[in-house]
Each structure stands twice: as structure tokens, then as C-alpha cells.
Design a protein around this ligand. Structure first.
Ligand code: MG
Length: 158
């Protein structure tokens, strides 16, 4: 068994929504990002890469590389999963915590869980999603951005 942790944060900017866990969520703001800015999938990829001992997404998909401008994070995640399979590892479960004052994730929780399970090719029961505000504290509390922690467990594929 191998465990990994990932963290990502994106600042809110002008826009009309954001990608979270592969789901487009309407909001009165967007996020500043080089790719599609899916902060959930970014943290998830870092957790998976961490568990596999493969560094971080910055190393695999550099910001300065024009190929990844506007990249769909779901596609990048498929790349990460291939790298994990190449190490003869598979995902056991993942646990994700989203920290933001807004948008409220309650109405999107099911869709996000389903989307992440599909992307990871896991049963939905192996994909857990939690959401919390930052209790008004600091930049996240002022609603200036959105942060995500993710934990992933991998096992030998046998
Ligand atoms: Mg990111």
C-alpha cells in the first residue's frame, strides 16, 4: 500500500463558473489558471503521483508548456493513471476536501463524485468528497480563492 497527499489552490477571477472534479459549475466567478483550473483534479493528481513516488503535476505537465494551455484536467488525469499502471499500481480509494466560502458544493456533490469515480474507474463508494468553508479566516475566508486537499491510496495491481 502506498499513500499520497495533494494540495492545490486557485484564485477566483472574473468568470461565470469553474471546473471541479470534472464537472462545470456555474458561479459568478471563475478561476485564474493555465489549464482548465480544475483545482479538485489537480490536487487529486498530486495525491496519486505522490503515492506512486512520481513527483508532482508541475513536473509532468509544466505551466510553461503551451501544450497544457486550457488542457482538460480529466485528460491529464488519464495520463497520470497510465503512469500509475505502468508502476503496476492501482487506486484503492481517494478522499478529497474542498475549502471555499463559495460556491456551495451540496447541489453538485453527487455529480462531482460520479465524475471523479468515472475518471478514476472506481466504484463511487471509493471516492469521497468533503466540503468546508474557511470560517471567514484569511484569503480563502474572504472568498478570494478555492483550495483542495486530496489523499489517495494505491495498492499493487498484482
Ligand atoms: Mg492547479
Amino acid at each position: 500500500m502506498r499513500i499520497g497527499h495533494g494540495y492545490d489552490v486557485h484564485a477566483f477571477t472574473d468568470g461565470d463558473g469553474l471546473w471541479l472534479g470534472g464537472v462545470r459549475i456555474e458561479h459568478d466567478q471563475g478561476v485564474a489558471a493555465h489549464s482548465d483550473g480544475d483545482v479538485v483534479l489537480h490536487a487529486l493528481m498530486d495525491a496519486l503521483l505522490g503515492a506512486a513516488g512520481l513527483g508532482d503535476i508541475g513536473q509532468h505537465f509544466p505551466n510553461r508548456d503551451a501544450r497544457y494551455r486550457g488542457a482538460a484536467s480529466g485528460d491529464l488525469l488519464q495520463d497520470v493513471l497510465e503512469k500509475i499502471r505502468a508502476q503496476n499500481l492501482r487506486v484503492v480509494n481517494v478522499d478529497v476536501t474542498v475549502i471555499a466560502q463559495a460556491p456551495q458544493l451540496g447541489p453538485h456533490r453527487e455529480a462531482m463524485g460520479r465524475s471523479m469515480a468515472q475518471l478514476l474507474q472506481l466504484d463511487e463508494g471509493r471516492v469521497n468528497l468533503k466540503a468546508t468553508t474557511h470560517e471567514g479566516l484569511g484569503a480563502l475566508g474572504r472568498g478570494e480563492g478555492i483550495a483542495v486537499h486530496a489523499v489517495a491510496l494505491l495498492e499493487d495491481a498484482g
